[in-house]
Design a protein around this ligand. Structure first.
Ligand SMILES: Cc1cc2nc3c(=O)[nH]c(=O)nc-3n(C[C@H](O)[C@H](O)[C@H](O)COP(=O)(O)OP(=O)(O)OC[C@H]3O[C@@H](n4cnc5c(N)ncnc54)[C@H](O)[C@@H]3O)c2cc1C
Length: 465
């Protein structure tokens, strides 16, 4: 699909016209966007009236979305959702809680309210997989047999990539992590801690110069871009925006440093270039490329990095840490994982059909899959459409019609009031709207802040986004 960017037109556009376009644009997004997979889905009529036992494990973004979609495409299937969490979290909203724009409470819903009718919800945990006999084993409900299994268990955080840091340190000694949450318990303490952290940085900067470090790990992360959100929002808050609207500009008194293990900031080269350009405007922000945080001395507030074979020390006042991620332990020994290489231990799926190559009646979706695509709610939206249609086709004995194109998205908050809507695939940018996604715009900020959470709970969780 050829996209023609209309920046010059956008500049000329009145705010009222732009708002009208946002309405139309979000309607397009809510209808499924214009990516190839979604466009096909809009035309697709795949559904099967055949009976089957379909088991879905995991009650997060992926589990609930795919349950709603499969409920529609296989109306006579007996569907069981196994999930331990009473409360479901809208995790994308954690950044806005940190920014002082959402209340934590508003990012939560009771899981049972999101589960469609005619789906059996077992509040339980999977303890073991037996794909050779088509069964999952659970803590309280014993063995559950299936004809088709959809695995949506997400990923687990691993803060131990930084020696000297324990998860219990977050919220103490100047350390924060906006990511921190517990999806089993429905808690997002990292969001509230990060809001206090931002406020404390501002307060301390009023008194003396402050050094603020942001550290990203090697390998995949959940919600790629959320650490950039924190970097940009911290800087804008120091400027006197956001929670400190019309406050004094304190940026010259705070040095912000983001360490990245490689030479890039973001997986999409186009977005990476745009972010680097954006950061050139911020004199007090340094990006320490090829610096991997190895260890911290949290009492003396010293960070030790590995850089070109040397150890580099930096003192700090505040530190924001992005957790590394790992596959859930329960996958170990399941026979469903990637055996070697970069994605070893993650759920193995075909990158297009999302089926396990050894057990084609097992599908994977969301943060658990061992693919190069980003771990995001946007990726899940596309993957769920693929599974919805492919399961129905398989039930009908037909070839699978849908393929996933590796789409992911992160709305990068480049300041209060501006979002770069980074939609991409491994092949390049994949914008839903005919506007350059590498340009930060107020329209995407408004959409992300004011529409997306409502669309998430009202439409995506019902399989309609
Ligand atoms: C700070 C932050 C900001 C983000 N921003 C964005 C954004 O702007 N846009 C975007 O698209 N994405 C964003 N994301 C990413 C997005 O939230 C995740 O990719 C998405 O929520 C992952 O969904 P999931 O269902 O795969 O995993 P999870 O949401 O982690 O759900 C996993 C589920 O599995 C259950 N489970 C775990 N173990 C078991 C077991 N043994 N048996 C049964 N169930 C089990 C859990 O209870 C949970 O219900 C962000 C994430 C964070 C943390």
């Amino acid at each position: 699909m050829k996209i023609s960017y209309k920046d010059s037109e956008m500049k000329k556009m009145e705010r009222r016209d732009a708002l009208k376009m946002m309405g139309l644009g979000s309607a397009a997004l809510l209808a499924g966007g214009t990516t190839s997979v979604s466009a096909k889905t809009k035309l697709s009529t795949f559904a099967s009236r055949k009976e089957a036992d379909i088991v879905i494990v995991g009650g997060g973004t992926a589990g609930i979305t795919v349950t709603a979609r499969v409920r529609r495409s296989a109306p006579n299937a007996r569907i069981t959702l196994i999930a331990p969490n009473d409360v479901h979290l809208y995790q994308s909203g954690q950044v806005y809680v940190a920014a002082g724009l959402y209340r934590e409470f508003d990012n939560k819903r009771q899981t049972k309210e999101l589960v469609p009718d005619n789906v059996t919800l077992l509040q339980d945990k999977v303890t073991h997989f037996s794909p050779e006999t088509n069964k999952v084993h659970t803590g309280k409900h014993g063995e559950i047999p299936y004809d088709y299994l959809i695995v949506a268990l997400g990923c687990e955080y691993d803060y131990s990539w930084v020696e000297g840091l324990d998860v219990s340190d977050i919220g103490k000694k100047g350390i924060a992590s906006v990511y921190l949450n517990d999806v089993n318990e429905g808690l997002a303490s990292g969001a509230i801690i990060s809001r206090m952290w931002l406020k404390t940085i501002r307060r301390h900067t009023q008194r003396s110069e402050q050094k603020v470090l942001f550290a990203d790990p090697d390998g995949p992360v959940k919600g790629e871009g959320a650490s950039l959100d924190m970097l940009f929002l911290a800087n804008d808050m120091l400027k006197g925006n956001g929670m400190y609207k019309k406050g004094k500009d304190l940026r010259s008194k705070a040095a912000l440093t983001l360490s990245r293990p490689g030479k890039d900031l973001f997986p999409s080269p186009e977005i990476d270039r745009a972010l680097k350009k954006e950061l050139q405007k911020a004199e007090n922000i340094t990006i320490a490329y090829e610096h991997r945080l190895v260890r911290i001395d949290k009492e003396r507030r010293i960070a030790f990095y590995s850089h070109e074979g040397q150890t580099v020390e930096k003192t700090y006042d505040f530190l924001h840490v992005t957790p590394a991620v790992k596959p859930p332990d329960v996958l170990k020994g399941s026979g469903l994982t990637v055996e070697k290489g970069e994605y070893e231990g993650w759920l193995e799926v075909d990158e297009k059909t999302l089926q396990n190559p050894r057990y084609p009646n097992v599908f994977g979706i969301g943060d658990i899959v061992g693919l190069s695509s980003g771990k995001s709610g946007g990726a899940i939206r596309e993957q769920a459409i693929v599974i919805q249609d492919n399961i129905a086709a398989i039930l009908e004995g037909k070839a699978v019609p849908m393929t996933y194109n590796g789409y992911s998205v992160h709305p990068i908050k480049t300041r209060y009031g501006r979002v770069m809507l980074a939609e991409y695939t491994p092949q390049g940018l994949e914008p839903t709207f005919p506007l350059d996604p590498a340009k930060p715009r107020w329209i995407w900020w408004e959409m992300d802040l004011h529409l997306m959470r409502t669309a998430y709970f009202g439409l995506m969780m019902r399989g309609m986004l």
